[in-house]
Write a new protein. Structure first.
Ligand SMILES: [Fe+2]
Ligand SMILES: [Fe+2]
Length: 165
């Protein structure tokens, strides 16, 4: 199934929507719509995609899909534009999981797995923060898969725009 179709499917998935309902209604989480993460993709859309893919992958394998979906939705709640100098602790790739965790725990009561998923999602870039559960390993792969797709989509869009300029 294509990425776009899968996201359309997520809107019809009542259980998934119920799991992330309080997260997406939160004003801090909504702020992610103001920051781009990979190419033209907003942080919010990236987290939403990761959350839905994690939900499906973990549900299929009999894992804790609720925590996986919630951890996915919050994993990049760092709330700054990493392209803007001095807006954040550097290097972004290493520090943002901790910033996202600090922001998330101010807004929500996180369970240990949600905390774990946020803090370890950059593995293996952050070599020493190894995911300690299957859900965490799944999230690290899905995060990178979504990031790659988002980056490639932006490149494609740029080429098309340049070709028609
Ligand atoms: Fe991240
Ligand atoms: Fe991410």
């Amino acid at each position: 199934m294509r990425y776009r179709d899968l996201l359309a499917q997520s809107r019809e998935d009542k259980e998934f929507q119920e799991i992330i309902k309080d997260l997406v209604a939160n004003p801090e989480v909504q702020k992610m719509k103001n920051f781009r993460v990979h190419g033209y993709t907003t942080c919010y859309f990236h987290c939403y995609s990761v959350a839905y893919y994690c939900y499906l992958a973990c549900k299929k394998r009999g894992l804790d899909y609720k925590s996986a979906a919630r951890g996915g939705m919050l994993h990049d709640l760092y709330l700054y534009d990493w392209r803007v100098k001095n807006s954040h602790l550097r290097p972004h790739a290493f520090t943002h999981p901790f910033t996202a965790y600090q922001n998330a725990k101010k807004q929500f009561k996180l369970n240990w797995m949600e905390k774990e998923l946020i803090l370890t999602h950059m593995w293996p870039v952050t070599f020493f923060t190894i995911p300690l559960c299957y859900e965490g390993i799944i999230l690290t792969f899905i995060d990178k898969k979504c990031a790659f797709y988002e980056f490639m989509s932006s490149l494609r869009y740029r080429f098309i725009r340049a070709a028609h300029a």
